[in-house]
Write a protein that binds this ligand. Structure first.
Ligand code: SF4
Length: 70
């Protein structure tokens, strides 16, 4: 099983909790509209990052991040 990171950009408010928990996989960048928005750097993160990815998903205040097992 390989993790796949799925995000719902409509829900993201740029809190950067995800970036704080797992900077290897998540970045937060300014969009054209001038709002910060999550950006996924590794769509299929390696297994050793699982704990950090799960924390980012669990602690995101807007439930933007979903982990799918493929
Ligand atoms: S994904 Fe969640 S924690 Fe990350 S920037 Fe968006 S709202 Fe904030």
């Amino acid at each position: 099983m390989v993790m796949k990171v799925v995000i719902d950009r409509d829900l993201c408010q740029g809190h950067s909790v995800c970036l704080g928990e797992c900077p290897e996989v998540f970045d937060v960048v300014e969009e054209d509209e001038g709002y910060p928005m999550v950006k996924v750097l590794i769509e299929n993160p390696p297994e050793e990052l699982r704990d950090k990815v799960m924390k980012a998903a669990n602690y995101c205040p807007n439930s933007v991040i979903t982990i799918v097992e493929e």
